[in-house]
Design a protein around this ligand. Sequence first.
Ligand code: PHB
Length: 401
Amino acid sequence: MSSWSGVLPTRRAALGIAAAALFGSAVSASAADGKLVIGLVLPLSGAFADQGQHYENGIKLFQKINGTKVAGLTVETVTRDDQGPGSGDLARRLTQELIVRNKADLIIGYSFTPNAMAAAALLTEAKKPAVIVNAATSILTEKSPYFVRASFTLPQLASSLGNWAAKNGVKTAYTIVSDYAPGVDAETWFKKTFEAAGGKVVGSARTPVTEMEYGPFLQRAMEAQPDAVFAFNPGGDVSIAFMKATKERGLQKAGIKLMVTGDVVDDNLLPAMGDAVDGVISALHYQVDLDNPANALFVKEYRAMFGAGAVPSYRVVQGYDAMALVYKAVEKTGGNLDGTALVDAMKGIKLDSPRGSLLIDPATRDVVQNIYIRKGGQKDGAWRNIAFDTIPDVKDPAKAP
Ligand code: PHB
């Protein structure tokens, strides 16, 4: 123990120096040997291991359909497990190792904001692009000019719900969000749009990121007797626990409407939530039954790969689109893997995504996309998110001029 604590700082410092020395010379190294190396930094263990699996499945699915060659280069992926949310130290170290040791030309990764945040300065110094596969705090893309987002921002979802609520008879709301940057974004942007349209937030709670006991928080919310509760939490078992608690406490039975960012009621989680999703209003950029040719192909191939009844998470789409962005950018540069050239190539890319049309905003490197407003209900004998409104081409409102 004591020998490790003595050794670690020195080792870390040595790695830092090695990185500084190598970053300059590593540029385009793998283009010379005919390879495009993509480092994947994903949560593959811990409470959110399912998320890493979803992104990886999306990446594999994209390659199954589109092959493993682009612009004459053979695409190799090297996967590392960042173990989910934490300080971000591990994600930064893995990013550094992928760039220095594995000669990654770029990164696809970061489900969680703290992990992307921790890697930002390193990516800037190394001049290596990172396509953010999920992390959704607005400010992230301002933390490095090498970040490009393939996901969404919490303000895109929360502001859509704030507007919807105010226009649909909700006068008072209580917010419950996970206590870290994306939660604060969700709380801020719900309140901002809801109150600007005449509503009033009458109380708010912030819960630990891995909270599994929502009963006391919901109890306090119900005591405030709002028309609605608005919530964000980061998916997986945490969101299942939240939704089950709303049912157990009888939130909706008490006449309080439930509104959540769509990651909370990801299609993939619905079987575990059952009738807790009945009537729940949510906003998201994807759901499995979207009617467009890209989604028809995506769902068909997903089911061929993972089983006839398999329901893809929106996270699978984000992994798939992250890979699509990389392939398009490499095609645009004609196989030049210089990091700055690749980021520039990604700006303004349009994709026919399973989520609908997707544009990388050249000014912010965020996604401009449709946001679908849905209501939980039964369809074809299963619980589903049923879209009833589409807000087209939504930019990140936190950066809108
Ligand atoms: C994030 O940490 O930015 C994050 C994680 C999970 C989500 C949404 C946002 O579902």
